[in-house]
Design a protein around this ligand. Sequence first.
Ligand SMILES: [Zn+2]
Ligand SMILES: [Zn+2]
Length: 410
Amino acid sequence: MEIRTIRGVEDIIPPESEKFEKIVETFKSVVRLYGFKKVILPTFEDVTLFTRSVGETTDIVQKEMYIFEDRGGRKIALRPEGTASAVRAYIQHGVHAKEPFTKWFYIGPMFRYERPQAGRNRQFYQAGCEIFGIANPGIDAELIKMAETILKKLNIKYTLEINSIGCEKCRPDYKKKLIEYLSSKRESLCEDCKNRLERNPLRVLDCKNENCKKVAENAPFITDYLCNECKTHFEKVREILESLNVNFSVNPFMVRGLDYYTKTVFEFKSKELGAQSTVLAGGRYDNLIKELGGPKTPALGFAMGIERVMLLLKNNEKNRSGVFIATFGEKAYTEGLKIAEILREKGIYTEIDHRQGSFKSQFKTANRLNMRYVIIIGDEEVENGFYSFKCLETGKQEKIESLAELIARI
Ligand SMILES: [Zn+2]
Ligand SMILES: [Zn+2]
């Protein structure tokens, strides 16, 4: 029997994996400019970490988490997201006592048992950032700007939506008003929303059901109920975003699917992705560190879905690069191997045809590999001490006398 990947899990093989690498490298190159350092976290944790952070009533915890008992009888969860583990590590290692503020990034697989579709796997990859210890709204704007820069560098088209979902002071008031309103429309809501109405009414606002959407349209806006602190914070974030030339719209229905958010939340979306339109999303979570047993510490972060960005990366980026060495005859092959090593020492990507096929087949390989140059070495070349050198971009071929000149050309 042929063994295949299980449902919702995918291999990413070349050339697709090249896109993956490109995204990760771009992400890293940008976040390092802002001082983020890599944190490497485990993929499984005590299940309590997620029930307490992501939230008992969220879809993630109720329906989507992979939970199992290990051989020691511990209840384990495969991580459904990265923030909870980062916060746990921050508290566990007493980082707050060592640094006034902390900037971490992580890259790795997350796990959610959802219905698989384009841009949604059960094992999926996220690149994320977390900032601990800064309450100033300027950092919210800077984080959003940084996220925008990553997407721009990858040539991805997006729209940015932001919102404020208040804090522990103003949200309870709003929740009460919202429950009042939703209860009056209870009969129009879907079954899920009827169930979440009391416990998690904010989630009704971003339900995908058409009837729920209609009900949500006339719901009270959180932004009208923000306390002074949250209001000023949100104003400042918008003001700085504008001064940094970031285009955004305020979406008062955006609440995010996790309980830990406070104040600023944001989502970068792409129309090209269909239903799974969120490419990168995050927000502030000023209470989470305290709730997980640490000292009260303001925090914020975001995560980017790598597979979703991969879907948006265009296939047309095919710049030719590198040198292909085509050889004919044993002497030429040995000479070719030596030259290949010299070129690689100079940092030049070099391939040589070890199968020593025909002239035609070697050029075919060079083209398939998208090489830029071909060095042709045959008996004549070895005997008379020159190289035939062809640029596959221009089609121009010439004789070159020395290796030094050859390297200079490349
Ligand atoms: Zn507030
Ligand atoms: Zn609904």
